[in-house]
Write a protein that binds this ligand. Structure first.
Ligand SMILES: [Zn+2]
Length: 278
């Protein structure tokens, strides 16, 4: 997994470098050299540009057109690049707890998506900033996240920390990786003390387990490559739907749907239920 991510990153970097070479050395290009094909746009985080000072007052301005304290996902009108390289450089695990109580993705029991990872903690445990960044949202939501924080980071990620008992930072504060930002808790829609941790790019939730390995307290990879066209696609089951019918409609297979949702071909699907189809 690690090697694959690094290799993919290297390929992307090669593409970037080739692009530059092509534009400056076009006239001198020997005839046998095959021209570089037009490639998808790759958004390179500032971390990867040697000598670039990281601007914590305006983190990841290469992705986010504005700074607003309003909503977790406020980016419906912002165009998502085809691909974003997320550097894990300088990360800190948000909690030293290693016990995952709920994974990212579809929850069969509740019939809806879970956009984060739940990690069991004790109320009062210190929660730390995952990277350097700026606090975008510090709020209380009685029926949802409870006390929660959203931090925007220079690498393009936004991290969300939910069900906190106490917040230690305010909106627009600048934080550094590892800074205590809150105490964990059980506020909002929560049935026991845990940290609900989300990672998002321009509002799109990504499985935090692809970047943060809580059981082993380390980063999964040096660079996580987010690709828009491999984004998860969900389907809402209608009355009369069958797994094979849904597979046909979404140009996929029953076995792939079963794998993505942790179900079997014998699982009874119900109208209104959400299934991941890509
Ligand atoms: Zn959760």
């Amino acid at each position: 997994m690690y090697m694959r991510a690094v290799c993919r990153f290297m390929v992307l970097l090669t593409v970037l470098v080739s692009g530059v070479v092509k534009s400056t050395a076009q006239d001198a290009m020997p005839a046998r050299v095959v021209p570089v094909q037009p490639m998808m746009s790759v958004t390179q985080p500032a971390h990867l540009n040697a000598g670039t000072a990281i601007d914590l007052e305006n983190p990841a301005s290469f992705l986010y057109p504005e700074w607003s304290n309003s909503y977790v996902n406020n980016y419906d009108n912002v165009k998502l690049p085809d691909s974003v390289i997320i550097s894990m450089k300088g990360y800190c695990m948000p909690t030293d707890s290693t016990y995952i109580t709920d994974k990212f993705g579809y929850r069969p029991r509740r019939g809806r998506q879970h956009f984060g990872l739940d990690i069991r903690i004790k109320t009062g445990d210190t929660i730390r900033a995952a990277f350097d960044g700026k606090v975008r949202i510090s709020r209380y939501e009685r029926r949802g996240y409870g006390h929660y924080l959203v931090i925007r980071h220079p690498n393009g990620l936004e991290t969300l920390y939910g069900h906190l008992s106490k917040k230690l930072v305010n909106e627009n504060d600048i934080v550094h990786a590892g800074d205590p930002i809150a105490l964990g808790g059980n506020t909002g829609r929560s049935t026991g003390p845990h940290l609900h941790f989300e990672t998002r790019i321009l509002g799109n939730a990504i499985n935090p387990a692809l970047m943060f390995d809580f059981p082993h307290q380390r980063a999964v990879t040096d660079y996580y490559v987010y690709q828009k066209n491999t984004r998860a696609v969900y389907y809402r089951v209608k009355s009369g739907d069958t797994l094979s019918g849904i597979a046909l409609k979404n140009e996929t297979s029953v076995s792939s749907i079963c794998k993505l949702n942790g179900i079997t071909t014998k699982t009874v699907i119900k109208p209104g239920q959400t299934l991941r189809v890509q």
